[in-house]
Design a protein around this ligand. Structure first.
Ligand code: COI
Length: 351
């Protein structure tokens, strides 16, 4: 496809200053970035430039009303140097679904895929081969129009930045089930990757962290009884030999990893139920020994096992288990992502 992107390359590279064995998630960025402005009712000429700071008017609406959405994706490199994305069509659809909910314009499919492709080709040295290595891709859109009346902007900037990444959580995580605070409400924006959904979690999560928990598992805002998602990842619970995950709704993010795992369960003959799951069901299962594992699933988090949870001042430690479903599914998904296994669902997208 002929590129419509205006490309300005860096003449040098920052890569030699990066310690790829000691990456802190989301703190190191590659040499280039992609952006495209929306004004006069249309998306303008896309640009790739050296990664750099940008200036925005202090009245840009994103600073006042939070019109901002984003995506999380990863690129992988196989031993032959081929680069793959995992189900990027899903991220493309989801960013536009998020944008639509926040009254923002949808981004064109050809710009999205051309932008990703050209950027990844330019910064391909930043993708290290090998399971466990990846390049995290962060497409996002912000309202840039300088005007502080509370209404949707007429101008936006779509951007993609890239950051080499290993796992988001280094080991097992300890979680708190939410009893008071809520992440999302019926009819709200919980299903969208809206920046504000994340900011709203920071305070309750910081309280959980003071008690020694990395994450909160959010419950429904009405009863605080249904377990929903962890904010940085969807959640799976295993009772005896059955995995259970909450159905998506307007409160829960339709995670790409989540839906891929549901399919992989089918492929691996693991029974997976998509249904409401309650705090009392999980506490009873923890008490009678039928709760075998809990894990989070997301692009950044990959699959993160939970080692303990707390609810209403009761602490439950999960047992160590051999051949956990979490590790079987993680192994199976990583092999597909890294071109080490058959891709029978057509999830890999070669760049
Ligand atoms: C992702 O998994 O890509 C996310 O957007 C979660 C974020 C907290 C890093």
């Amino acid at each position: 496809m002929a590129t419509t992107i205006n490309i300005t390359k860096r003449t040098d590279t920052k890569i030699n200053n990066v310690d790829f064995n000691n990456l802190i998630f989301g703190t190191v960025f590659t040499d280039h970035m992609f952006y495209c402005d929306y004004k006069d009712g249309q998306w303008q000429q896309p640009q790739i430039t050296p990664y750099q700071a940008m200036s925005f008017d202090p009245a840009a609406r994103v600073f006042h009303y939070g019109q901002a959405v984003f995506e999380g994706m990863k690129a992988y490199k196989d031993e032959e140097g081929k680069i793959f994305l995992f189900r990027p069509d899903q991220n493309f659809k989801r960013i536009n679904k998020s944008s639509a909910r926040l009254a923002m314009p949808e981004f064109p499919e050809d710009f999205f895929f051309e932008g990703l492709t050209e950027l990844l080709k330019l910064d391909s040295a930043w993708i290290k081969p090998g399971v466990g290595n990846s390049l995290y891709l962060r497409p996002f859109v912000i309202a840039t129009e300088p005007a502080i009346s509370a209404s949707p902007a007429k101008e936006y900037r779509f951007m993609i930045i890239l950051s080499p990444a290993k796992a988001y959580y280094a080991g097992k995580v300890r979680v708190l089930f939410a009893e008071k605070f809520s992440r999302a409400a019926n009819g709200g924006v919980g299903f969208a990757k809206a920046a504000g959904n994340y900011a709203a979690q920071f305070y309750p999560t910081s309280l959980a962290q003071k008690k020694g928990y990395q994450q909160v598992i959010w419950t429904d805002a009405n009863s605080h009884e249904n377990l929903e998602e962890a904010g940085t990842m969807n959640v799976f619970f295993r009772i005896n030999d059955t995995l259970i995950t909450a159905p998506t709704s307007d409160r829960i993010l339709d995670g790409v990893t989540r839906k891929s795992l549901i399919q992989l369960c089918d492929d691996l003959n693991i029974n997976c139920e998509v249904r409401n799951i309650t705090v009392s069901e999980i506490k009873t299962a923890a008490k009678n020994g039928s709760l075998k594992e809990i894990f989070g699933a997301g692009t950044a988090a990959v699959i993160s096992p939970v080692e303990a949870f707390e609810h209403a001042e009761e602490l439950f430690e999960l047992p160590e288990i051999e051949n956990s479903y979490g590790s079987l599914l993680k192994d199976s998904m990583l092999k597909i992502q890294h071109n080490l296994a058959e891709d029978k669902h057509g999830w890999r997208y070669e760049v």
